[in-house]
Design a protein around this ligand. Structure first.
Ligand code: ZN
Ligand code: FE
Length: 257
């Protein structure tokens, strides 16, 4: 029986620990100390590291973890990430050693060009780093709007019930923006107090599901008439072209307070 544990780190990161009660794999260990503490607390031994992209808050803990235990490190092709033993890309499948866990790799450029995601068809779990967030999506640091639209479409093609393990607790601020651009969305209006209640109790809002994101995440709804109308009203875009609308949404979100 596999489980996923959230390890909070830094301000708002989640490092994900997938384990069977004995062995564990960690996704995006930006820091080593909270991972080592969680392994000790739950008496788990680390068997693998999985990386989604090169940002420090996702890979920073790798060298220190490898000083404690030599495990395979799966990650994207990127010279700037130290410690990767297995470079993977879309079409590859990762059999996590020591765990009954197979992960399909998807290329999801946009936030960075090297960004990949891992999907378990058996568990219907998605580890998508900083690509799709609960109620939002990653900033475009390296990729283009068109690349991000294609990447998000790959993720929304996964089963509706897929549990989405993204890497940050950004949900409430994402939903504030979502309500500004999609004010008449009833599913969204219903979601906000549910997520607020979780945060009030100190509970992560992650994982979310593909179904929930399709219903409430404006970055997956950029072709909806209501959102296009709001973009036009606010002077962001006069075009209904999907990539331009997505780019306008992302730009609006970058400056939204
Ligand atoms: Zn990042
Ligand atoms: Fe990040």
């Amino acid at each position: 029986m596999l489980n996923v544990l959230a390890i909070p780190a830094f301000q708002d990161n989640y490092l994900w620990l997938v384990h069977d009660g004995v062995h564990a794999a960690v996704v995006d260990p930006g820091d080593s100390a909270p991972v080592l503490a969680a392994l000790a607390k739950h008496r788990l031994s680390l068997v693998a590291i999985l990386l989604t992209h090169h940002h420090a808050d996702h890979v920073g803990g790798v060298p220190e973890l490898l000083r404690h235990v030599k495990v395979p490190v799966f990650g994207p092709h990127n010279e700037s990430i130290p410690g990767i033993t297995h470079h993977v890309a879309e079409g590859d499948e990762v059999s996590v050693p020591g765990l009954p866990l197979r992960l399909e790799v998807l290329d999801v450029p946009g936030h960075t060009l090297d960004h990949i995601a891992y999907f378990s068809p058996q568990q219907q779990w998605l580890f998508c780093g900083d690509t799709l967030f609960a109620g939002g999506c990653g900033r475009l640091f390296e990729g283009t709007p068109a690349q991000m639209v294609t990447s998000l479409a790959k993720l929304t093609a996964l089963p509706d019930s897929t549990q989405v393990y993204c890497a940050h607790e950004y949900t409430l601020s994402n939903l504030r923006f979502a309500q500004a651009v999609d004010p008449n969305n009833a599913d969204l209006a219903a979601r906000v107090p549910e997520e607020q209640a979780k945060r009030d109790q100190g509970i992560p809002t992650v994982p979310t599901t593909i179904a929930m994101e399709k219903a409430t995440n404006p970055f997956l709804r950029h072709t909806e008439d209501a959102i296009l109308a709001r973009l036009a009203d606010n002077g962001f875009v006069d075009s209904r072209e999907p990539i331009a609308a997505f780019a306008a949404l992302r730009q609006w979100k970058n400056t939204f307070r």
